[in-house]
Design a protein around this ligand. Structure first.
Ligand code: PGA
Length: 254
């Protein structure tokens, strides 16, 4: 089991700058430095305001998206370089909400992955099947395709900067969760895929996301194949997120 776990908060389009700053103050009340990798991904607007407190306390900052060009006439967009210059270390790419609501194809996601890595960001690449695809027996094909095209043109060295997040679309924000066996099977399938595609035994970091909360996070983190969790709803409340982090911090203490 990888001893260091990732606890990644995906805030989506929530919290004003003021609310973000209040959250981080509340989260860190009486806290010590965490041994696990705690990453908060607020909106772009809150990154700068949260930066100093987060970095001083060992919390990493992540963004929820970036553009694939470095700069230029791309109204409304933010580049990976710009994020790096703010002290951002991670970026979430390929989230199902970006794929579904903003029409991001695997090709666009792949361009973003490459741009992010080139700028020195680490990538949290989300993959996941819909309920329909799952029921049609297409799950593994869908996941393999998202990986194949999302990771296109990367070399095995670059894989070290990628965290693969398995987020079944039907489990996001619904309270529905997958079985531990399914998560292990998906992780095993990804290992097989990476080894065949990249001719390497390197195992990418693998995390689970989709309705993770205080009551179930331990079960996921205890799976030997799971290196962490991507947490949406339950990361918006400082007490809940602190409880989740504390559960992860106590995991190996027995
Ligand atoms: P959720 O979201 O924890 O609210 O299900 C997870 C995500 O979308 O990353």
């Amino acid at each position: 089991m990888n001893s260091k776990k990732y606890l990644i908060a995906n805030w989506k389009m929530n919290k004003t700058v003021e609310e973000s700053v209040t959250f981080i103050r509340e989260l860190l009340k009486n806290s010590k430095l965490y041994k696990n990798e705690v990453i908060i991904c607020p909106t772009f607007l809150s990154l700068d305001a949260m930066r100093e407190t987060c970095l001083k306390n060992g919390i990493k900052l992540g963004a929820q998206n970036c553009h694939f060009e470095v700069q230029g006439a791309f109204t409304g967009e933010i580049s990976a370089e710009m994020l790096r210059s703010l002290g951002v270390e991670y970026v979430i790419l390929g989230h199902s909400e970006r794929r579904n609501y903003f029409g991001e194809s695997d090709e666009i996601i792949n361009k973003k992955v490459k741009a992010a890595l080139e700028s020195g960001l680490k990538v949290i690449l989300c993959i996941g099947e819909t309920w329909e695809q799952r029921n049609n027996g297409q799950k593994l094909d869908v996941l393999n395709n998202q990986l194949k095209f999302g990771l296109k043109d990367l070399n095995s060295e670059m894989l070290k900067k990628i965290i693969i997040a398995y987020e079944p679309v039907w489990a996001i924000g619904t309270g529905k969760i997958v079985t531990e066996k399914e998560i292990s099977d998906v992780s095993h399938n990804i290992e097989k895929f990476i080894s065949a595609e990249f001719k390497t035994n390197f195992k990418c970091s693998f995390i689970y996301g989709g309705s993770v909360d205080v009551s179930n996070v331990e079960k996921f983190l205890n799976l030997s194949c799971v290196d962490g969790a991507l947490i949406g709803g339950a990361s918006l409340n400082a007490d809940k997120f602190r409880s989740i982090i504390n559960i992860s911090e106590n995991l190996n203490k027995i």
